[in-house]
Design a protein around this ligand. Structure first.
Ligand code: BTN
Length: 326
């Protein structure tokens, strides 16, 4: 059994039992108590809240709504989506990247924890065990990179629509690819690509959606929120994952045929910053203006004043947007 498989099995056994001693775990897995203790420590480092009580053994602090293929299917996962469920991985984007060309559109990798979860601009993506949702979907584009223009914005729309499906209609998009609730980050999207000599390319669409963020979040450098806090009802983690994957699959199917143009109105309707004073940062340059939606390629439109004090619209194809604080 690999190191990962042992950890997966420990979590499965702890989820199914109230308490299990190191000895009991050891005898089930054919290893010493000391080896079990090492694996538990490593699991704790991925953010899994396991505690031990003298004389009783180990226990999960909170019951984890574990993701499983069976539950995903029961919750209505589209039969077009092939899903690989993992416990601890480095990054679901890395898994999806392996042998990507052979994978079908809609192949998804989902994991309980990521040890090297990546965000945009080389940031780390906090991925504690069993807490939030971390998944990556594969999609191939015969038309190459050009056919992907505006893709990350369309994915943001899909995530907002999925939130609506599970009873959280407040999710909004932030250009280019964040999902916010009340200006706090709910989800992030990291799209990585592979291009081929025939001009086609593949996209790995990585989505991190905050479902239930646990206590220690010192490594997160921006305001965040999660679905559990925002929702008025109890949300089932597998059902939320299914809503997200189904919405993403449906969006990619239309996007492939119609491009971003058909998502432009939906995106603008969900725009968290429309009509607000914002700052767009591109490298060292900062531009202030009024967020005015996007064009049909997905570029951000910013209303600014030119040298003669006339209002003009500037198009941004890259950069970071923040709300201007006066
Ligand atoms: C962002 O910076 O807003 C993008 C965050 C993307 C995180 C997701 S989680 C699943 C996938 N695997 C990764 O390593 N990153 C993406």
């Amino acid at each position: 059994m690999s190191q990962h498989d042992v950890k997966n099995e420990i979590v499965r056994l702890l989820s199914a039992n109230e308490f299990l001693s190191g000895e009991e775990l050891g005898s089930k897995l054919g290893m010493s108590r000391a080896a079990i203790s090492k694996h538990i420590k490593a699991l704790q480092q991925t953010g899994l809240d396991v505690f031990s009580l003298q004389g009783k053994g180990y226990r999960l602090a909170e019951n984890i709504d574990v993701i499983s293929q069976e539950q995903l299917i029961n919750a209505g996962l589209s039969s077009a989506i092939q899903v690989d469920v993992h416990n601890i991985v480095s990054s679901t984007n890395d898994l999806a990247k392996e042998g990507i060309r052979e994978k079908r559109n809609g192949h998804v990798y989902i994991a309980e924890a990521q040890t090297m979860g990546r965000g945009r601009h080389g940031r780390q993506w906090h991925s504690p065990f069993g807490a939030n949702l971390y998944f990556s979907m594969v999609w191939h584009f015969d038309g190459g990179f050009q056919a992907m223009s505006g893709l990350s914005l369309a994915v943001g729309v899909a995530l907002c629509e999925a939130c609506d499906v599970v009873g959280v209609p407040e999710a909004r998009v932030k250009w280019p690819n964040d999902v916010l609730i009340n200006d706090k980050k709910l989800a992030g999207i990291l799209i990585e690509t592979e291009g081929y000599s025939d001009g086609s390319c593949s996209a790995i669409i990585g989505c991190g959606v905050n479902y239930r963020m646990p206590g220690s979040t010192e490594t997160i450098d921006q305001p965040w929120t999660d679905l559990t806090h925002v929702s008025r009802s109890t949300l089932d983690r597998n059902e939320v994952a299914v809503a997200l994957m189904n919405a993403l699959y449906a969006t990619l199917q239309s996007f492939e045929v119609e491009g971003f143009e058909s998502f432009k109105d939906k995106w603008e309707h969900l725009d968290a910053f429309k009509g607000r004073e914002v700052k767009v940062s591109t490298g060292v340059k900062e531009t202030l203006g009024i967020a005015s939606g996007v064009d049909s390629s997905g570029a951000l439109l910013l209303e600014v004043c030119d040298d003669d004090n006339n209002k003009v619209i500037k198009h941004f194809h890259g950069g970071e947007v923040s709300v201007r604080v006066r």
